[in-house]
Design a protein around this ligand. Sequence first.
Ligand SMILES: Nc1nc2c(c(=O)[nH]1)N[C@@H](CN(C=O)c1ccc(C(=O)N[C@@H](CCC(=O)O)C(=O)O)cc1)CN2
Ligand code: MG
Length: 284
Amino acid sequence: MTAQLIDGNALSKQIRADVARRAAALGARGVTPGLAVILVGDNPASQVYVRNKVKACQDNGLHSVLEQYPATLSEADLLARVQALNNDPAIHGILVQLPLPAHIDAHKVIETISPLKDVDGFHVASAGALMVGQPGFKPCTPYGCMKMLESIGCNPKGKHAVVIGRSNIVGKPMAMLLLQASATVTICHSATPDLAHHTRQADIVVAAVGKRNVLTADMVKPGAVVIDVGMNRNDEGKLCGDVDFDGVSKVASAITPVPGGVGPMTITMLLVNTLEAAERAAQA
Ligand SMILES: Nc1nc2c(c(=O)[nH]1)N[C@@H](CN(C=O)c1ccc(C(=O)N[C@@H](CCC(=O)O)C(=O)O)cc1)CN2
Ligand SMILES: [Mg+2]
């Protein structure tokens, strides 16, 4: 059996076209959705991601502002910039690219972003809203994973979903979204004694650990849907996920590739959240 490929680039293209249509409709009412992206330091990967976010805005009719600061920026100065953007009516979404330099408390920075502009969905208020099913922004990566499931007609209701990883930005919100969609959810992590015991029972597996070959073919139930959130480098320096793609794609019914899977969807859902922030602001 060869699994169906869930193409994040193709799905992104469809969703971004819809974002562009809705942005144009808002524009006709005099509102251009605006995203502020803050990058502190010179992490090369972060530089690529923020550039891609700005370009995605440009390509789809969103206004964006990129603020780049040296790694020596003080926490107080960063907090002041976030506050200024909270008060800027042309900006509907604010994101601070992670990771931040060690001298800056990322929690403090995220908690300073207005929940109304928290398009990354990382604020405690956004996490709480997700937990209790209230309106709020969903973190982009797990939101994108849910869209990928939907794109292949995989409804989590009544299914057993296993999430590997318990980070605040992927594992935990992913589990909440699957639970909200009426899946039975198991969260596994580094202290789970027999990971394969859990993954073998799963109809849906989401791997979000950041370690190669966390999920191999022998750990997957035939026909399961596998979503790979990992981004790692193999021995040849090639980008790969957490899943042994070649092996698992012979067992699973559907699988996301790395690259070209969850990654592009993360940026796409950022556009969706920014557009929604602007739509809400226009209604208010
Ligand atoms: N403030 C935030 N910081 C970080 C987030 C985030 O959502 N908000 N997530 C990651 C980085 N990230 C976005 O910021 C991100 C990572 C990877 C991709 C992506 O498209 N990956 C490509 C491959 C890219 C490559 O070749 O290196 C893919 O998977 O196809 C998009 C966004 C941490 N920080
Ligand atoms: Mg984790």
